[in-house]
Design a protein around this ligand. Sequence first.
Ligand SMILES: Nc1nc2c(ncn2[C@@H]2O[C@H](COP(=O)(O)OP(=O)(O)OP(=O)(O)O)[C@@H](O)[C@H]2O)c(=O)[nH]1
Length: 210
Amino acid sequence: MAGLGPGGAAEARPLLLKIVMAGESCVGKTSIVRRYTEPGSPPAGSPAPSYMATIGIDFKVKPVMFNDRRVKLQIWDTAGQERFHTLSTSYFRGAQGFVLVYDITNLKSFQSITMWMNDIYEKAGDEVDIILLGNKCDKESERVVPKQKGEKLAWEFGMPFFETSAKENVNIEHAFSVLTKEILEKKSGVLHDLDVVSLNETKKRTCCAF
Ligand SMILES: Nc1nc2c(ncn2[C@@H]2O[C@H](COP(=O)(O)OP(=O)(O)OP(=O)(O)O)[C@@H](O)[C@H]2O)c(=O)[nH]1
């Protein structure tokens, strides 16, 4: 029961939650969002990966039900490349949740997690809910970040942790559902009802090597 007027008219409207994807370039943020919001789309990393780096910003809306309440997850997919850092982090403000992603086959992407955490705290405050994902767990033979390291880092920051594969659809749905639950349990009663979602920026994509 969040912010309902007499007669419960607002109950019919879904709650809007702003969730932002964060992490280095190429870790799989776009692939995770696609896998979650467009289950029918071709899986990441197959058969010939044609990686296109995100330029700018985009969001997708995923409607879900939570405890009989309609919820709309507005998932912002940011660009991980350093040259877009200022633009990407400017979208952190006002977010209720973050999906912070590294690639288990890329040590640098794991080492940068603390920097991304600092960016999140600085731009969105320290009350936001964050989950940590170690993506590409289907590439076990190329793993350079042990699972225990991800678990330890997540424990230090007090956030849930999952290893995921956008390619093989491992833990994607579960991760978003845990994040949604965390946000709703914390924010219960203070969330805004959704009136309008306006998209005034579009994401353009170009080749990684660009
Ligand atoms: N094997 C495998 N490949 C993946 C997985 N997720 C993403 N990829 C591949 O990794 C590459 C980068 O994926 P993206 O989703 O574009 O990465 P991103 O984090 O959005 O990158 P930026 O837009 O530059 O920030 C692509 O070639 C994907 O197909 C995964 O779970 N497993």
